[in-house]
Ligand binder design. Sequence first.
Ligand code: NAP
Ligand code: MG
Length: 485
Amino acid sequence: MLDRVIDSDTHRLLIDGRRVAALSGRTFETLNPATGQVLARVAEAGVEDIDVAVRSARAAFEGPWGQMKASERGALLLRLAELIRRDEAELARLESLDSGKPVSAIARQDLPAVLDTLTYYAGMADKINGQVIPARPDALTYTVREPLGVVGAIIPWNFPLMIGMWKIAPALACGCTVVLKPAELTPLTALKIGDLALEAGFPAGVLNVVPGFGKVAGQALVDHPDVDKVTFTGSPVVGRQILQGAAGNLKRVTLELGGKSANIIFPDGDVDTAVKAAGSGIFFNTGQVCSAGSRILVHESIHDAVVERLAARAQSIRVGDPLETSTAMGPLVSEAQMNRVLNYIEIGRNEGASVITGGARHGSAGYFVEPTVFAGVHHDMRISQEEIFGPVAVVIPFKDDEDALRIANGTVYSLAAGVWTGDIGRAHRFTKRLKAGTVWVNTYGPTDIRLPWGGARDSGFGREHGEAAIDNFTEPKVIWINTGR
Ligand code: NAP
Ligand code: MG
């Protein structure tokens, strides 16, 4: 049954500790992509709402939040984790209904990652230290790490809870305050997290949640002169717009953008496991993953066998109602995204590649596309160069190491890559020469909050996670005390 609708009809903005209507009174609809039906009406933040939210975040930063002990900030993050754990089932259902993600995957992957992120940064809140740097004999010189101030966090729809928390948790641990703009397609769980933060005891204004459209609410946040930092995950096109907007008051910017990651399979490794992982690497989250292993590079000696086994795996994936726990793959997030993916499949066919399995819409309700495998793909085809962001694998044969590296590194992206081999020397040569922020060897896809995450070129710049995120939200201040000699 796909037609389960959320009861409450209006979801208001969360600004300064209260749920409020947009000043314009405007609302927009969010849909359930598994049915195409309206799920909820949500207040639509305009430029003026963003301004109120930023003022509130500034007041909280200058006021109660700035006065709080770091360990208390950590304790509040832990309290928020407890409340998320309490409401886990509701959050998973809400996220699933709004985004089409399978509820089982949210429970197994997204929510544990959210909790891990919170507890990791909760523990870090009171360990953000400066340094004594004895630069001169006539002075005591040291640094303190100060929070940047007001952070604008703009997130996409593919992992609303998890990517949201990747930004919120370190920013708050560092003592910043946040205005969070969720994607218009998936605003509901961000609002719920905002409510839980209030229940946990975060002061008003520390976390504001302002659903709305990117071009209006997102842009207003980027343009706002009193926002100190924008942390963004999304597309390269919008990433470039954000850099331009941020030029106004020279905001710091972190950009996590797209990818077209290569997953390289050699015959000298565990090919069975490689094929299984290659399947999950592209079909997990319906392929809507920035680090999806969307280009599967296979040594020519095993190419045909890998294509056949990958196709069999694709056919075995249970596609259907995301609320059923047995479902492995849900719909694309929207009709536009479904059409974009179907259009790319058409482009691939016209370019002369062969659809081995899939290649069409699945069913007629909701925005489902069949898990699709292309073979006969050349490196210069659009389906091999451009991010499709859907359940579409392209398999490309290679001759030798140099050929594999040339193809793997031959796109505008540099986010992630994988290599499967039993040869330790080859593994090290590839980790060194693959252009990517993360290289997986004999696995594909895991992330961990302790490890820096990000890319280069059209995949963006800067790193999230780990201690890198602390640097993203703080800056050292030098104190120079003249002691005389
Ligand atoms: P998107 O169109 O760039 O949107 C991302 C966010 O930016 C949304 O909240 C969007 O609001 C907002 N936005 C749009 N235009 C804006 C503007 N002019 N100023 C400020 N904000 C604006 O990307 P998407 O389609 O949601 O997500 C898919 C992309 O994200 C893919 O390219 C994918 O690779 C990338 N991604 C990267 C990572 C990573 O970690 N590197 C992770 C996930 C996704 P609206 O929703 O209202 O448009
Ligand atoms: Mg939705």
